[in-house]
Design a protein around this ligand. Structure first.
Ligand code: GLN
Length: 308
């Protein structure tokens, strides 16, 4: 039966041939999920089933887990139309997170708009590392904060810490502030609009600075996956070798770190060697260390500014 259905289009009422008579039947949650996941798989999306579920849960306004408890529930026409529209948007390259308006990061749900980078699982490495090395009272600084996911994850883990978050995009700052409110950390997370360190209070230093700057090389921009191309250029494009913003962060971070504090920056794995080699003792008094994400990729570098 399922095999049969998967050949049919979600766009049409289902007609199932049976004894030469066509019976109109219905689409259940299970049916549409299988249909959408198979379609997304054919299109080589990274997480076809997950995206099919995220979109359907959004359309039905139910938590994703309920898709499983209501597996055999038939969809009414309006629900099917809404799901079809969401699928069409995804198929034209829009990230699922923009369609549904939120994305999970560090087990928290974040508001997301097309003005911010979609939080990615590999960026959780910044949070995990800051928690491991820095004193839990902070204060912390998160540059290029976007949705605010790193800053707010830190704030939710370190209940006493103050966190400053900076983004150059006013729309991103708005999203970050909304997320801070949503997670009830707005009293401890201050969002500054401006260029890297420029808007911060004079003389303020931090136990850890995190950043997921734009680091895609200009020449790689056009070849990004269609859903990445819909994310803001300002959150992605990092200049000729992708390191324009990263270099400015590295140059200015030491004067903003407390003794023993650390800078933790996300990178493209291909930038690791060049960056480790060019950042010398005139920046930090200890060598940078490579950090790997769950996929084993060199995903971030930490420079710890040792207390002398
Ligand atoms: N990891 C992103 C990508 O998909 C890049 C994010 C960034 O530039 N900070 O290429």
């Amino acid at each position: 039966m399922v095999k049969h259905l998967s050949k049919l289009s979600l766009l049409d009422p289902i007609l199932v041939p049976m004894h030469n008579v066509f019976w109109m039947t219905t689409w259940t949650i299970k049916d549409v999920l299988e249909w959408a996941a198979a379609d997304f798989k054919k299109r080589s999306y990274d997480h076809p089933r997950l995206e099919a579920e995220v979109l359907l849960a959004h359309v039905l306004s139910i938590p994703r887990i309920n898709l499983y408890t209501e597996f055999d529930r038939p969809l009414i026409e309006e629900e099917r139309t809404a799901y079809r529209n969401a699928i069409l948007r995804r198929q034209t390259g829009e990230p699922a997170a923009y369609i549904v308006g939120h994305k999970e990061f560090w087990s928290l749900d974040f508001d997301v708009t097309s003005h911010v980078l979609v939080p990615r699982p590999e960026t959780e490495l910044l949070v995990a590392t800051a928690l491991k090395i820095a004193i839990p009272t902070g204060p912390f600084l998160d540059l290029c904060t976007g949705s605010g996911c790193v800053a707010i994850a830190l704030a939710s883990e370190c209940r006493k810490a103050e966190i400053d978050a900076v983004d150059i995009s006013p729309q991103a700052c708005e999203v970050a502030r909304r997320n801070a409110l949503r997670h009830q950390v707005e009293a401890r997370v201050t969002v500054f609009e401006g260029d890297l360190f420029a808007p911060l209070p004079m003389g303020r230093t931090y136990a850890a600075i995190t950043a997921n700057p734009p680091y895609v090389r200009n020449s790689d921009m056009a070849a990004l996956a269609p859903e990445v191309l819909q994310e803001p250029d300002i959150a992605l494009a990092g200049g000729t070798d992708g390191l324009d913003v990263t270099r400015r962060i590295v140059a200015n971070a030491p004067s903003r770190l407390m003794p023993g504090g650390a800078l933790i920056v996300e990178i493209d794995p291909r930038q690791a060697t060049a960056l480790l080699n060019e950042v010398g003792p005139n920046h930090f008094n200890a060598k940078g260390e490579l950090l790997r994400d769950l996929a084993g990729q060199a995903r971030a570098i930490i420079w710890q500014h040792r207390a002398l």
